[in-house]
Design a binder for this molecule. Sequence first.
Ligand code: SF4
Length: 379
Amino acid sequence: MPRSPAAARGRALRPAPTPEAQVAAMREVVRAGARDRPGVYRMVAAGGEVIYVGKSKRIRSRLLSYFRCAYPEEKGARILREADAIDWEYEPSEFAALLRELRLIKRLRPRFNVAMKRDAHHYAFIKITGGPAPKLVVVRAAGSDDGGVYYGPFVGAWRLAEALRELNDALGLRDCAQRVTMHFSDQADLFAPPERTPGCIRHEIHKCLGPCIGGCSERQYAARVALARGFFEGADDGPIPTLTAQMRAASAQLEFERAAAIRDKVHRLEVLREQFARLRFAIESLSFVYPVPGIDGDDRVYLIRRGCVREEQAAPRTVADRERLRALAAATFEPVTRRPAPVTVPAHEVDELMLVSTWFRQHPDELDRARACGLAIAS
Ligand code: SF4
């Protein structure tokens, strides 16, 4: 992706002998060199480690605010104490700065950004784990290292976990530790199968198929996992129709307590289904061409598909530019129109999806503009 031709850099080094003098020297370099326009900055420790990456609509004001921290425990003061240099670059717009900041953080993983992200546990994801008997779990962050499939982000981890427990029970999926060894009924054992897991009663009360003790074949278990995926992706209603029928039967037999318990299960699953419908809508509605006016005429065009920026281009200025952009847009959006978009978000795209969806939620006028301009380019 091309970098902005208007991008510029400044670097405030620490040349002075005492910490106070070094901070004063950095402040002077910022005062002398930084401009008030969108950009990103890096705090760099001795030895070159980037310890923090930030962005601002007004780089100069933001950087100078670091030098006004009143208390030593403030975030800015702590970062500045460890910084040996400040490095900044300009971006053509606030959106460009946001995107650049995110990508730099993902690439460099500065320790102050990572620590702050750990504190901000706002979101939860549903993960289908890998392995021979996958299970459904709620996790706080989407990882990228384990072959799992992630759905989300969602708000409300506790409610999500409750709904997932209902789904697990209804489909007979395991919820035990990942290290538990599986023994499917169709598995050829060279040695005698181990003793059945003594403490687990989920199989006995028919809430788990029991893949650990030969209670089902690998194919039977995989079919239940596929049902869960179908439920998440809106292909079917999962166990809701069966549970609803059970609820009606219990009610007809005057077993009102049981009927009420099943009703609550159905309700939790319906809430989960609704959350997935909203997620699907959010992902599918974030696919368009987004033109962004830039500082000093550095206008850009972003091709956003499923909440992620797939291409960034200078805004077209000639008929030939427009034709090139049209062809690029056609290639970028073609897969969306040809097949139904799954609700799965690859782990490495989650942060960008969250950034883009938050941006457009906070700037609904930009979304309207993007849709209008995008249609004009695509027509
Ligand atoms: S029955 Fe076996 S696979 Fe199922 S939850 Fe219990 S230990 Fe895990």
